[in-house]
Design a protein around this ligand. Structure first.
Ligand code: SAM
Length: 273
């Protein structure tokens, strides 16, 4: 470990200890009403019973920062632990999104979550963490962890990257982390492509983050969204990239588009009504 990494680690441990002994609070890069939308504990259908006029569009995390009290010390501690775990996970999910998914699950208490595209669990583990926190529910993670599948339909640059990464060690590391974090009770890993995975019924939360190929994204949306039950949510990652346009159009035509989060990689939310 070099001097800089050692220094950073010490600062992080110090901040964590400080955090544990201080009044817990959280900084959210959203306005109060937006924060409340994802923070208050309300039944799913009340929390997301929105009309076209109340759509939350272009929620931008550069908007005014709101600081407000946390619900409980326990939740704050779980989030601190989650942030430390997140640093060890391979993948693309940002801290912001991980915390949003965690909060969302604490609020809506879903029985069944499905994620298409798990990789090293950077979005999957935060959701499983939230299920452990509420003590119920199951998350299914569907991923073939196969370079052969990953490169299907990809352009040469992406193909080169995805074919050079060993997929199996990523899966094995995830399995080890799941065991170490004692999340097994809430998790089912489906080692298969989205096309070959058996359908899962009565989904409360669907996170689509699998193959980025336009036809594959559209396939994922059309195959999995109809299994989301009334009041359930569909999250599409990278929703503003051109390869997601058709999937977004399909979702807009069938469900209510309730939120867009703009980060390095944007993501959007629909509710099934
Ligand atoms: C962008 S990564 C997922 C990122 C992860 N959710 C995160 O937050 O870090 C895309 C994943 O989709 C998986 N994948 C590729 N083709 C797939 C398919 N046909 N069905 C399901 N998953 C697929 C890849 O193996 C890879 O793990």
């Amino acid at each position: 470990m070099d001097y800089k990494t050692f220094g950073e680690k010490r600062i992080k441990v110090f901040c964590f200890i400080l955090f544990c002994f201080s009044q817990p609070f959280e900084i959210f890069c959203l306005t109060t009403s937006h924060a409340a939308f994802f923070q208050e504990e309300r039944p799913l259908n009340q929390l997301f019973f929105l009309t076209e006029s109340s759509r939350i569009n272009h929620v931008n995390n550069t908007q005014a920062i709101t600081v407000y009290s946390e619900r409980s010390n326990q939740v704050s501690l779980a989030k601190s632990e989650l942030l430390l775990v997140l640093e060890t996970l391979t993948g693309w999910c940002s801290e912001f999104k991980a915390l949003k998914l965690f909060d969302l699950i604490l609020n809506i208490k879903p029985s069944t979550i499905v994620e298409i595209g798990v990789w090293g669990g950077r979005s999957f583990i935060p959701m499983a963490f939230a299920l452990k926190e509420i003590g119920c529910g199951k998350i299914y993670g569907i991923d073939p962890w196969s370079a052969q599948v990953s490169i299907q339909g990809m352009d040469p640059t992406n193909k080169k990257w995805w074919s050079s990464v060993e997929h199996e060690p990523i899966r094995l590391e995830l399995v080890q982390k799941i065991e170490a974090l004692r999340l097994e009770k809430h998790i089912s890993l489906v080692h298969s492509s989205s096309a070959h995975a058996p359908l899962i019924e009565k989904i409360d939360l669907l996170h689509i983050d699998g193959s980025p190929i336009e036809s594959a994204v559209l396939f994922d949306v059309i195959k999995w969204s109809p299994s989301v039950q009334k009041g359930g949510l569909i999250i599409l990652s990278d929703s503003t990239s051109s390869n997601k346009e058709k999937a977004v159009q399909w979702l807009d035509a069938h469900y209510i588009h309730i939120a867009d989060f703009h980060e390095n990689s944007d993501w959007s939310v629909w509710i099934v009504q």
